[in-house]
Design a protein around this ligand. Structure first.
Ligand SMILES: O=C(CO)[C@H](O)[C@H](O)COP(=O)(O)O
Length: 235
């Protein structure tokens, strides 16, 4: 059976001054989950959203919360996010002393667990942990900032996605491959063909200025369909 491609808008790209309205608009166009970046100052200075904001947002929508923790203090942030009540938490391998323990902690609470990898981090860190993971989040840019035209996806992104997809197939797993960073309408067909199953949508897919959210969503659906064809149609 064809695997569903999950769409996860990155909430840091939405109108942060009108968050409740922005989330309602996402509910209206039909997306699968809210991708919420929790960034502390030592991982990256960008810090778009605080824990209190996420807690208040939780009370306003029943959409799934897919939280991406970018922190040097995973233990503390995971405890805080679990207390808010979310459906999926990914944290970074690069800042984890005890990744195995943290994955178990998340899963014991009935929450899906993901491991996030920076572009240059090798897939070999997944050798033993992969069967326990619900998803691997592949950062296609160095994390921290959305929409910065100065940084493009790493040149080896598609290769890394297809290497991971092969690993998942060989081991007969159903791990999701989430991709994040400049996931654009142009790149989506290629990313899906390489094996991505979950797209984090930001400034180059869902939040393109000059077009309504609904118009962008229609173009996005077309790009996803194109990705399911054997060869992408030129867009
Ligand atoms: O994790 C992120 C930044 O670290 C953002 O989710 C990501 O960058 C999405 O925005 P864009 O598509 O504009 O790159």
């Amino acid at each position: 059976m064809e695997k569903k491609i999950i769409t996860s808008p990155s909430i840091m790209c939405a109108d942060l001054l009108n968050l409740e309205t922005s989330v309602k608009a996402l509910e209206d166009i039909g997306i699968d989950a809210l991708h919420i970046d929790v960034i502390d100052a030592s991982f990256s200075p960008s810090m778009p959203l605080g824990l209190d904001t996420i807690k208040r947002l939780r009370a306003k929508t029943s959409l799934d919360f897919d939280v991406h923790i970018m922190s040097t203090n995973n233990d503390w942030f995971i405890e805080q996010i679990l207390a808010i009540g979310v459906q999926q938490i990914s944290f970074h391998y690069e800042t984890s002393l005890h990744a195995d323990r943290l994955v178990n902690l998340i899963k014991r609470k009935g929450v899906r667990a993901g491991l996030a990898l920076n572009p240059a981090t090798s897939l070999s860190c997944l050798d033993y942990l992969l069967p326990q993971l619900d998803q691997v989040l592949l950062m296609l840019i160095n994390p921290g900032f959305a929409g910065d035209a100065g940084e493009k996806q790493a040149a080896y992104s598609e290769q890394k996605i297809s290497d991971l997809a092969a690993l998942i197939r060989q081991r007969k797993l159903s791990t999701e491959i989430q991709v994040d960073g400049r996931v654009s309408l142009e790149s989506i067909p290629h990313l899906i063909r390489a094996g991505a199953t979950n797209l984090v949508l930001g400034s180059t897919s869902l939040y393109i200025p000059g077009r309504s959210l609904l118009e962008n969503k229609k173009l996005l659906d077309a790009a996803i369909q194109n990705g399911k064809l054997e060869k992408p149609e030129s867009m």
